[in-house]
Design a protein around this ligand. Structure first.
Ligand SMILES: O=c1[nH]cnc2c1ncn2[C@@H]1O[C@H](CO)[C@@H](O)[C@H]1O
Ligand SMILES: [Zn+2]
Length: 434
């Protein structure tokens, strides 16, 4: 096969000479999107394509559990501001001008960036998600896509938002692509009414799909919720029925012991977004040590590329591990193996995906990090991956047994970068004229 033949096909593939869990091994992808075998020497195979890893590190594809993929169009557009001011004066007024085409190209850019930096699945919350669905379908990665409900306490707005939620789920399902999964998203306790939160919870349970929400991101959010409802945000969400096993709560910075016990009891997944939290200066880190002890499933996310400003899960893992140590004043908190686990297995668990681990019978979602100076010497895979590597060191990205990037090459990358850049300039120009 020539090099361009390898992209975009689900065929049996043998990956040789890769370092997996500290040993040189081979990985066989069975041609149906699954990992068929892992071992030192795989002889029984019908591979159509053989990748020689040349000593590359093999890792599960990263799972980005909280993002707003089209927000890459606003990367670098408004930085260095308070969260609410940033949203209300810069982001929301510009988002009001987004067309379906803008969102499609924003999502194409995000998929490109994620494939480039080793992410194979993301959990997304935004608007016009059919356009994101089309981008994900074409890009070849996996995603859970949720329309973001914001009703601002207005009943008529709630009704129209609920109808959009239902049609989004229906339209995502009509793609008939198991890689593109629907979810439900009420934005947060400060933007969605009680009836909106309760409806989203009931609807997600009825459809058996994940619910994705922002939770306890700032101290102000907690104070306002207590003032309005006499309850902290997790108790308020629980009152509305939102806390259940398929609930994925992003941020979870300002939690007290009672909040943590409640999230653990309900089986909620909490998503740490350390870079966004530090950039927006929330002044609190997700209480990882206590949450780990309580048994909360903690996953990792980047948040959108206008508050990060990248979707690179390797930067995110490093930041999570070092922020946790710094904030809790304890270098033993979140060892490298934990950072890798929250960036892979724990996200898979939350989405009900058989991914996040390289083993026979698992989804063939994996990445290779080719030999590079950040990977030498090689005392520990986990340490090199979390503390030294950048996402741009990822050389090969495979999702669903299909090669999406090889040796740093992604077909069509130039067009996506050009088009997304043009679309972003035009969006900001339109918003400025309004
Ligand atoms: O950190 C954040 N906190 C709260 N809202 C956010 C954050 N980042 C982005 N959005 C907003 O959430 C909606 C998408 O679902 C968008 O309006 C986006 O701007
Ligand atoms: Zn967010």
């Amino acid at each position: 096969m020539t090099d361009t033949d390898i992209f975009g096909k689900q065929v049996p593939i043998l990956i040789r000479n890769v370092s997996l869990n500290g040993k040189i091994q081979e990985i066989y992808l069975d041609g149906t999107g699954m990992i068929g075998a892992v071992g030192e020497k795989i002889t029984d195979h019908d591979a159509e394509f053989i990748i020689d890893g040349d000593g590359a590190t093999a890792l599960p594809g990263m799972i980005n559990m909280h993002t707003h993929s089209p927000m890459g169009l606003l990367r670098g557009y408004a930085d260095d501001m308070q969260l609410f001011e940033w949203l209300s004066t810069k982001i929301w007024p510009t988002e009001a001008h987004l067309t379906e085409d803008d969102i499609y190209w924003g999502a194409k850019l995000a998929c490109l960036e994620m494939i480039r930096t080793g992410t194979t699945t993301f959990n997304d919350m935004y608007f016009k998600m059919e356009s994101v669905g089309r981008a994900v379908d074409e890009a070849g990665i996996r995603a859970c896509l949720s329309y973001c409900m914001i009703d601002g306490g207005d009943h008529a707005k709630f009704e129209s938002e609920a109808r959009i939620m239902e049609s989004t789920v229906k339209n995502i399902r009509s793609l008939h692509n198991p890689r593109v999964m629907p979810g439900v998203s009420p934005h947060a306790v400060y933007t969605v009414s009680e009836e909106g939160l309760a409806w989203c919870a009931e609807y997600a349970k009825k459809e058996q799909i994940p619910l994705h929400v922002h939770l306890s991101e700032t101290e102000q959010e907690v104070a306002d919720c207590v003032a309005a409802h006499g309850m902290r945000p997790p108790a308020w969400l629980d009152h509305c029925g939102v806390l259940f096993e398929q609930c994925i709560a992003a941020h979870c910075c300002w939690l007290d012991a009672g909040d943590i016990t409640l999230l653990a009891k309900r089986g909620v997944t909490a998503v740490h977004n350390p870079i966004s939290n530090m950039k927006l200066a929330g002044n609190r880190a997700l209480p990882y040590p206590e949450m780990k002890t309580a048994g909360v499933n903690v996953a990792l996310g980047t948040d959108g590329a206008s508050s990060n400003n990248a979707l690179d899960m390797f930067s995110e893992m490093k930041t999570a591990a070092i922020l946790q140590k710094f904030f809790w004043n304890d270098p033993t908190v979140m060892p490298a193996a934990d950072a890798l686990k929250i960036a892979s297995q724990n996200g898979a668990k939350a989405l009900g995906l058989n991914a996040g681990v390289i083993a026979p019978g698992r989804l063939a979602d994996l990445i290779l990090i080719g030999r590079n100076p950040l990977n030498v010497p090689f005392f520990s895979t986990d340490s090199n991956a979390v503390y030294a590597t950048s996402g741009l060191a990822v050389s090969t990205t495979i999702c669903d047994g299909v090669i999406l990037m090889h040796d740093g090459v992604i077909p069509g990358a130039e067009e996506i970068m050009n088009k997304a850049g043009d679309v972003a300039s035009d969006l900001v120009r339109r918003a400025a004229q309004a």
